[in-house]
Design a protein around this ligand. Structure first.
Ligand SMILES: C[S@@+](CC[C@H](N)C(=O)[O-])C[C@H]1O[C@@H](n2cnc3c(N)ncnc32)[C@H](O)[C@@H]1O
Length: 271
């Protein structure tokens, strides 16, 4: 057991800030008188000094189960899914399963920062961590090709658009931005088919939508080594994501047991 790794998980999830509320700036206009009144104040107050915020009470359960979008934390996946990353990465190292680690859909970078920390902690220097994202949020649904994304509104959330510079800064914050961290910037459909990745030992898909999940599976699953792990972050909460996984498994006759991590995430070992 590594105290560094245990502490890092808490810090990445903001679980160490016990009993402190979060303050979420009010940005979007809502059809609500009180909010509009507050927004009016937001307009006249000097922005560098004051901001009107919603108070979000400290909720460790949400952070353990990864069911909220944190205001400050560097990852939204929660402690159980962080523990799962630790399990998968430790296993592939122990069992000498060849290949790099990747997450498709990194947001502020917390999960990939954690992968990099695990490699550093275990003194592994021959594996890369691939960081794949548009760094501008999710795509608008392509309903002609992917009917399952018809009602998907993730693209409307500016909170999900985090720039590559911010993610790099987050790596630097933990002293983990090394040569083994490789960025793939752009839509998955454009970057993943040409990514110069030879082999993967851990493939983590966290792109929410059917299209984003399918792009990860189609372009990367064949590169996952036998004995490696695939992790699906949104299986339990985004029906389109689950559908993409079921479709891909059926098309490729994959029967490996799907193991639940929590109410959202699942994983399996490639056999
Ligand atoms: C839910 S967030 C990922 C959370 C992150 N794994 C964490 O540790 O908190 C989803 C991310 O996927 C990215 N994304 C989703 N679909 C994409 C696509 N088709 N191409 C590129 N990026 C995509 C978004 O930009 C966003 O950063």
């Amino acid at each position: 057991m590594s105290m560094y790794i245990d502490l890092l998980k808490k810090v990445l999830l903001d679980l160490h800030r016990v009993n402190q509320n979060e303050y979420v700036p009010i940005r979007r206009k809502k059809q609500n008188l009180k909010r509009n009144f507050l927004l009016l104040f937001n307009g006249v107050l000097p922005k560098n000094k004051y901001q009107i915020c919603d108070v979000k009470p400290y909720d460790p359960e949400a952070r353990i189960n990864g069911i909220d979008w944190p205001t400050y934390a560097d990852s939204m996946i929660g402690l159980k899914r962080m523990n799962n990353i630790e399990y998968c990465v430790s296993k592939v190292i122990e069992e000498h399963v060849p290949g790099d680690l990747i997450e498709t859909g990194v947001w502020r970078g917390g999960s990939v920062i954690f992968m990099a920390a695990l490699l550093r902690d275990k003194q592994v220097s021959d594996r890369n961590v691939w960081v794949a994202d548009s760094f501008e949020g999710l795509p608008k649904p392509n309903t002609v090709k992917y009917a399952a994304d018809k009602n998907d509104i993730h693209y409307m959330h500016p909170e999900l658009a985090i720039s590559m510079e911010t993610v790099k800064d987050n790596f630097r914050k933990y002293d983990l931005l090394g040569d083994n961290i490789k960025f793939l910037k752009g839509w998955f459909k454009d970057t993943l088919p040409y990514a110069p990745i030879e082999k993967l030992a851990v493939l983590r898909l966290d792109g929410d939508m059917y299209e984003s999940t399918m792009d990860g599976l189609v372009n990367l699953y064949s590169k996952l080594s036998k004995g490696g792990y695939i992790i699906i972050d949104d299986w339990g909460v985004v029906p389109g994501c689950k559908q993409a996984v079921l479709d891909y498994r059926q098309q490729h006759h994959i029967t490996a047991e799907i193991i639940a991590i929590d109410a959202s995430g699942v994983f399996w070992k490639k056999t």
